[in-house]
Design a protein around this ligand. Structure first.
Ligand SMILES: Nc1ncnc2c1ncn2[C@@H]1O[C@H](COP(=O)(O)OP(=O)(O)OP(=O)(O)O)[C@@H](O)[C@H]1O
Ligand SMILES: [Mg+2]
Length: 163
């Protein structure tokens, strides 16, 4: 099966949030989104949009959960915001509670997902985010590798075309 990918360039932090919102609105239970990109690539801004798309109440302000590794927000689906920047090599994901979350019914968004040694659950989509020479441009490459991930990207593509 060939992977499917969609690349979008956003021109501002707000546009990255808007993309996140469209993605969030399209997510069902158990979805997993891996976010890969350097410091300041816009991963957290995208998750702020995801939260909006998942109807997480505005009173929750989403920041990188660097010290706790995992933050949880109520929404249409529960949103688990994971940041693995400070994950120790060989850390026990079971102990951290990450496996339960990844294979549970909520939506999981994982910053620095490339630090994970284990495979992500079926249907996951990976967002590669990169800064561009122009200061406020970010390139966001969304990749699905299995049937469910590809299917979901196709639906998202249709939604994005409507806007
Ligand atoms: N198009 C854009 N999309 C998102 N952020 C942008 C964009 N243009 C500029 N920025 C700026 O880049 C920074 C992105 O910060 P953000 O915390 O989302 O990055 P991050 O990838 O989560 O970083 P970290 O790895 O440190 O958690 C912010 O300062 C934001 O204002
Ligand atoms: Mg972040």
């Amino acid at each position: 099966m060939r992977a499917k990918e969609i690349t979008i360039t956003t021109r501002s932090p707000e546009k990255t949030r808007e993309l996140g919102e469209a993605i969030g609105a399209s997510l069902g239970p158990g979805a997993a989104i891996a976010l890969i990109g350097d410091l300041g690539a816009g991963k957290t801004h995208l998750v702020q949009g995801l939260a909006k798309g998942l109807s997480v109440p505005d009173e929750y302000y989403i920041t990188s959960p660097s010290y706790t590794l995992i933050n949880e927000y109520p929404g249409r689906q529960t949103l688990f915001h994971v940041d693995l920047y400070r994950l120790e090599r060989g850390a026990d994901l079971e102990e951290i509670g990450l496996l339960e979350i990844l294979y549970g019914d909520g939506v999981t968004a994982i910053e620095w997902a490339d630090r994970l040694e284990e495979p992500l659950p079926p249907g996951h989509v990976t967002l590669y985010m990169a800064a561009m020479p122009e200061e406020t441009l970010r390139r966001i490459r969304m990749v699905g590798v299995d049937a469910a991930g590809i299917e979901w990207l196709k639906r998202l593509e249709k939604e994005l075309k409507k806007n």
